[in-house]
Design a protein around this ligand. Sequence first.
Ligand code: ACO
Length: 333
Amino acid sequence: MNLRDKIISNAKKHNKKIVLPESMEERTLKAASWILQNEVGQIVLIGKKDKIHEEAKSLGIKNIDKAEIIDPDNFDKLELYAEIMEEMRKSKGCTKDVAIGLLKNPLYLATMMVKHGDADGEVAGAMNATGDVLRPAFQFVKTLPGISVVSSTFIMQLDNESIGEKGLFFFSDCAVNPDPNEQELAEIAVSTAKTARDIAEIEPRVAMLSFSTKGSAEHALVTKVRNATIIARKLDPNLLIDGEFQLDAAIIESIGKKKAPNSYIAGRANVLIFPDLQSGNIGYKLVQRMAGALTIGPILQGMAKPISDLSRGATVEEIVEVIAITANQAAGI
Ligand code: ACO
């Protein structure tokens, strides 16, 4: 069974409830329909029932009546959610009235459903920017204990099975943190290793990427990566991690042996940690678009409850995959 099928099959077993706040968006509705049709999980949509049904009908979708639909103008938990929001962010000026106003935005309402346990996870981002999806989650769902930063990873599957884990890689952080500091970069490495273990059941071999390999260049940017490697080892002493590496030294065995002969990771990495968001975001899109890698993600990690942000260019198939991954995360896989 390939990794995608495994993720779908795990989601089916656990039948989690995923809220999709962009409920009138075409690809999202088609993905919801596929999930319901194949009994991969339960779906919650937010909006007016008749409008959603009308839209689904115009798209030729016949099974949307199997989704639960929450009408934000007539939802009995609005007051309760607003009270929780006020309580959590009073010091930031969030009164109950402000909270009621925020809950008119389906992204906030969906986040609060997850926070309160009325949905197991949320997937959005087909029509909203990353920041707009993540901000409510950062404010109200927050991070896991011991983690200060939410980050993201992409699963990249290449045809070339001679590199990575038979062509499989995890790339981080390619979607969230613009300029992580040393501590944050270390946490991104540790979180990604956990995701790789949980989702792909592989032993992560983590390479911290730079334009230098083991001191071949000196620069403040290289020092940041080197120090993050040291911090990550302290955070997780069992983690197989090394750096700093240039990309070729990290993934090509012959080059790794030459440039970093004493490293266990050099030439064998299956988890690649980019030093910042510019390199990470450009890097994953290069591999996706120019090398034709099958790309699954972004998968958010470090959040106290599973909330996933889609790329706005996501296809129906990619939305299905992210819904299934979110369900896996909700099941603790
Ligand atoms: N983890 C946890 N909490 C965070 C994080 C994080 N990574 N980043 C911000 N926060 C918290 C802050 O501490 C703050 O909390 P508080 O209000 O309780 O004090 C809250 O979130 C808001 O923080 P801001 O710094 O004001 O966050 P802002 O909303 O401006 O930015 C964001 C956060 C949206 C994630 C920003 O870092 C961003 O825009 N990142 C880039 C996203 C992007 O464009 N990605 C590329 C496209 S995605 C793709 O191609 C697939």
